[in-house]
Design a protein around this ligand. Structure first.
Ligand code: GRF
Length: 201
């Protein structure tokens, strides 16, 4: 099975790039068909250089979150994705968007959810003084960084870590974890039934 993947980004797009590589190398049975951003960002340029279709649905150009969300839904749906991946997408998706892609919409977050949701998951883990954080891939629901968890991996915090060094190490993990999650879904080994993640062999 080969599934089309839509990736939503707002920034660097290193996870998008890692996913494209994993698809090209056959580790993920799919292809990134489009990269969509809510703002102009470095990841859009990277995607274009990789020969991938790009779309910018500029949040600031819309009168409301709902109007923006409806446009986002329509554009993403037009690519008929089997899987929609939010990887560094810095906007809460409106309910209409979440409903449209339910069961095939996942998000990547740099903490061990439910710990440290929100825009500063790495900084918040450091401030809390915990000795381990990590990354989570989860199905998206209506709340921020919330929803049934698919995969998690721990990352130890080193005594001399700052936000940048810790986030870099988390991203190294994410570059493996996200492709792994996409593979499990596209191979049909993981599905969402209601709020439960069902794993089959
Ligand atoms: C990742 O750490 C992801 O978990 C978080 O935003 C970061 C995106 O990084 N949601 P990049 O744009 O993929 O480099």
């Amino acid at each position: 099975m080969s599934g089309r993947i839509a990736v939503l980004i707002s920034g660097t797009g290193s996870n998008m790039e890692a996913l494209v590589r994993a698809c090209n190398e056959g580790e993920v049975p799919g292809d990134v068909g489009v990269v969509v951003a809510d703002r102009d960002c470095a990841g859009l340029k990277t995607a274009a250089e990789l020969g991938i279709a790009t779309e910018m649905i500029d949040f600031k150009a819309f009168g409301s979150r709902e109007e923006w969300g409806e446009k986002l839904r329509a554009v993403v749906a037009s690519y008929e994705p089997e899987l929609v991946v939010s990887a560094g997408f810095m906007r809460l998706m409106p309910p209409g968007f979440v409903d449209a892609f339910s069961g095939r919409l996942i998000n990547l977050h740099p903490s061990l959810l439910p710990q440290f949701p929100g825009a500063h998951g790495v900084r918040d883990a450091l401030a809390a003084g915990v000795d381990t954080t990590g990354s989570t891939v989860h199905f998206v629901d209506y709340e921020v960084d919330h929803g049934p968890i698919l995969l998690q991996e721990e990352v130890p915090i080193e005594p001399d870590d700052d936000e940048r060094t810790l986030h870099e190490r988390i991203k190294q993990v994410e570059h493996r974890l996200l492709p792994q999650a996409c593979r499990l879904i596209l191979e049909g080994k993981v599905t969402l039934k209601g709020r439960n993640v069902v794993v089959s062999s």
